[in-house]
Ligand binder design. Sequence first.
Ligand SMILES: [Zn+2]
Length: 234
Amino acid sequence: MPADSAATPSPSIPLNGRARAHIGDHPVYRALPPDTRRRLLAEGTEIELRSDAPQPLDRDHLWFVLSGVLGAFPADSEVCVAQVVSGAVYGWEHALGFSGSAAQVRPVLDVRVFRVPATAAREALGYDWLARFVALQAVQRLTFLEQEAACNASHRVSERLAKWLLRLHLGGNGAPLRLNQAQLAAMLGVQRTSINAAARSLQAMGGVRFTRGKASILDVPKLTAGSCRCGATH
Ligand SMILES: [Zn+2]
């Protein structure tokens, strides 16, 4: 695609009553200088990835999440140790020329992403800027993982499940939560029976309804009341 046409954003297309998320609306992209934005736009592509056939994201790109949620899974594990929500970016290390963490990153919910080849991102953003940014992010990631470890050790499964559902709902930019209880148990690293009990408890509070293979958020304040709110930013 010639750079001229790539530099012209396509119009937002209504999707289930919502405007489709677009790279022009991504908060990290919008915070970049105009020249950098133009270069990224000329080199990048918007694509959709489905959660029912999740493929790990490659390490050759920088990925801007426009909608949906990605999860990070340590090798040979179904436990999801971190999420990359809409409005965030995955793969800063790739742009810097490193492969980053060994964890696989793949869609937890259907995602729409804007991906830029790592080498093009490095040229557009500059090595020094990237190096400072990755160092800052490493500290933030460590803090997050410390909080999550404390949460896993000390909070009830129902509180953690509520926290998770809120994180996916609020961070997914409206993407449907097509997750069954077996998948939720695996991702939280708990027994299926514990998730069943936690799901019943949250459902009884009126915050969420579980139907076959799907969780529907009915009432955010009620779900928040049942959550431990670890790591919440709102
Ligand atoms: Zn917690």
